[in-house]
Design a protein around this ligand. Sequence first.
Ligand code: GH3
Ligand code: MG
Ligand code: MG
Ligand code: MG
Length: 300
Amino acid sequence: MTNLKPKILVVDDERLNIRLLYEGLRDEYQILASSTGMDALRIANTELPDLILLDIGLDDISGHDVCTQLKSNELTKNIPIIFVTAQDTYEDELKGLELGAIDYFRKPFSIPLVRVRVRNQIELKRKTDMLQYLSSIDGLTGLANRRQFDEHLVNTIRYADRQHRGLCLLMIDIDRFKQYNDLYGHVRGDDALKVVSRVLTKGAGRPMDFVARFGGEEFIILLTDSSPEEGALVAEKIREQVEQLHIPHEGCEFGFLSVSVGVAYTKPDIGEHIDERAFVEHADTCLYFAKESGRNRVIC
Ligand code: GH3
Ligand code: MG
Ligand code: MG
Ligand code: MG
């Protein structure tokens, strides 16, 4: 069974401290423990805990160094850190908070106080995670929204530039959708957007494929590590599957709901950089030609 309790990583070189915190928190939280800084960094990266209780005086690297490394890593920078330490000078406290820690407990700690402060921080983290999720998802279809796509595109291009990997971008637009709304109403229009988004998610089936609602009745798919042939194949599969849904559309020349797809491909040479705007514009131009040449088709 999955453990749904929030995860806390306790880092301390003294077993007794780990034990006290473990006993004091284990009823509400899943506790991970580490006695060195390097091990703590490894666990933080693989387990992504919801909170870290971090000692400053460790045997290998200091808690301050652990904090600095966690805060400079994209994956771990948002994990809240609370320093738990006997080094309780004003300077220590100031330095810990300046490095990005969210709170500071002094040893010997009082478990009831630790529990209350941990609970407050975990609650704050839960709300922050929820806000982050809501700001990156399209409410109607549940797909990534434009904001998340833009971020993902920048990161994927960085990766493709470094590794000289091919990328495909598919721009998908529902045909005659204004007419569809006019004929069948906005509620049915919304339903059609949801159904099409499911086809896209299934069509781009690899874990690294990224599907987003670009806006309105336009969607976008980014295929990482792919060839132009793969891009064309996925696009054609999606076009065909939407056609095969046989959703009646009297206002469309084919009688059923359909999509047009534009496909752009790029692969940077060594030292070259993919121009993000040009890449998206290329897919958009192909989509324009797909519309111009009759709709319900793929242009690469
Ligand atoms: P084309 O084949 O050239 O793409 O024609 P079109 O009618 O699909 O394109 P147009 O840009 O003229 O119209 C897009 C329509 O998509 C208009 C708008 O009402 C509809 N639309 C955009 N977002 C939503 C939505 O969230 N729900 C619904 N029901 N309709 C939407
Ligand atoms: Mg210590
Ligand atoms: Mg459109
Ligand atoms: Mg359209």
